[in-house]
Design a protein around this ligand. Structure first.
Ligand code: GDP
Length: 364
């Protein structure tokens, strides 16, 4: 599955947010509830109202949402790349994630100490990014030395790697993240294998006070401007509210959100924003036994999409009976869609679309 790392300086609200994520009634009511794998790793159900509608029409016995993993990466402080705080261990944890949710303190509260003695989310963001950049530079310098002999020996892959490492270093030496390097299609695979921390996509999570959850505030607006300039995304959330919501049942939560002028829980927005950041899409499998959502990367072709369910589905792929979500709903389900001529037989080169309801046929 896909993993989001939650990072941020101490006392910005990471644990509050992570705990809320792990406890929400929505997550627990789902068939695949949030489950704590390790104390700081948890899976959450990706909220998707389409799945409920599909299940209702098909009278599916169970509903299984798709999931996303969150990792609470504590211990990032200034100097982490030099081994301060949890230092290297923490950096290794980030390496294993697909994207970073960077929590920024956008609330004022004299009772909560700020590590630098002032509330300035833009400067906090720079502090963390600088640590990632330094860590990347150090690891690249080491790896460049290690690769020298292979490059001299004419190893093609090593030559390609060396070129990419140098491109990255050049960017990092300007104090900019590796994310900004433009990588050719042919280089993408090797580039990803470098696993640079500063190349991961970033979602800024502005943690604001309860009263400002619906509107944001001056600090979250600064973050929004920074995010836009960097090409990153951002969400405004009040971790405190999310913590309170996580202790309510679904009905109570809805009332509480209404009182606050919020349409949906911030966590739902956060999860969806993470989904978009990673260019993920959902397809569905629907039957009387279960209605289930599956995650793929945008642009995935039918056999590989089938492979998310089982490797054999991909190997023996014949075709995918496909109904678009809207057609499934508009025609009252599979039978109706079929009769209306809305079921397509798609082959190996079909690019699956978000919301497709699929039934795979395969050889065993
Ligand atoms: P972490 O170190 O980043 O994991 O931060 P915590 O989640 O432990 O939060 C640090 C402190 O800030 C705790 O006392 C929280 O209750 C408090 N806190 C978190 N979010 C908010 C907020 O939106 N407003 C206020 N006033 N306090 C918050």
């Amino acid at each position: 599955g896909f993993r989001m790392g939650i990072v941020g300086l101490p006392n910005v609200g990471k644990s509050t947010l992570f705990n809320a994520l792990t406890k929400t009634a929505a997550a627990q009511a789902a068939n695949f509830p949030f489950c704590t794998i390790e104390p700081n790793v948890g899976e959450v159900a990706v909220p998707d109202s389409r799945l409920d509608k599909l299940a209702e029409i098909a009278q599916s016995k169970s509903i299984i949402p798709t999931r996303m993993t969150f990792v609470d990466i504590a211990g990032l402080v200034k100097g982490a790349s030099k081994g301060e705080g949890l230092g290297n261990q923490f950096l290794a944890n980030i390496r294993e994630t697909d994207a970073i949710a960077h929590v920024l303190r956008c609330f004022e509260d004299d009772d909560v100490t700020h590590v630098d003695g002032r509330v300035d989310p833009v400067s906090d963001a720079e502090t963390i990014e600088t640590e990632l950049i330094i860590a990347d530079m150090e690891s690249l310098e080491k790896r460049l030395q290690n690769i020298v002999r292979k490059v001299r020996g004419g190893d093609k892959e090593a030559v390609q790697q060396e070129r990419l490492m140098k491109m990255a270093l050049e960017m990092l030496e300007q104090g900019k993240p590796a994310r900004l390097v433009e990588v050719d299609e042919d280089d993408i695979k090797q580039w990803k294998m470098l696993q640079l921390l500063s190349s991961k996509p970033v979602l800024y999570v502005c943690n604001v006070d309860e009263a400002e959850a619906a509107t944001g505030n001056a600090l979250s607006e600064k973050v929004a401007a920074m995010a836009a300039e960097q090409g990153n995304s951002h969400v405004v959330i009040s971790a405190k509210i999310e913590e309170e919501i996580s202790q309510l049942d679904a009905e109570e939560a809805e009332m509480f959100l209404g009182e606050l002028g919020l349409e949906e829980a911030g966590l739902d927005r956060l999860i969806r924003a993470g989904y978009e950041l990673l260019h993920l899409e959902t397809y569905f499998t629907v039957g009387p036994k279960e209605a289930r959502a599956w995650t793929i990367r945008t642009g995935t072709q039918a056999p590989q999409a089938a492979g998310v369910i089982h490797g054999d589905f991909e190997k023996g792929f014949i075709r995918a009976e496909t109904i678009a979500y809207e057609d499934f709903i508009a025609n009252g389900g599979e039978q109706g869609a079929k009769e209306a001529g809305k079921m397509r037989a798609e082959g190996k080169t079909y690019t699956v679309k978000d919301g497709d309801v699929l039934h795979f046929l395969f050889n065993t």
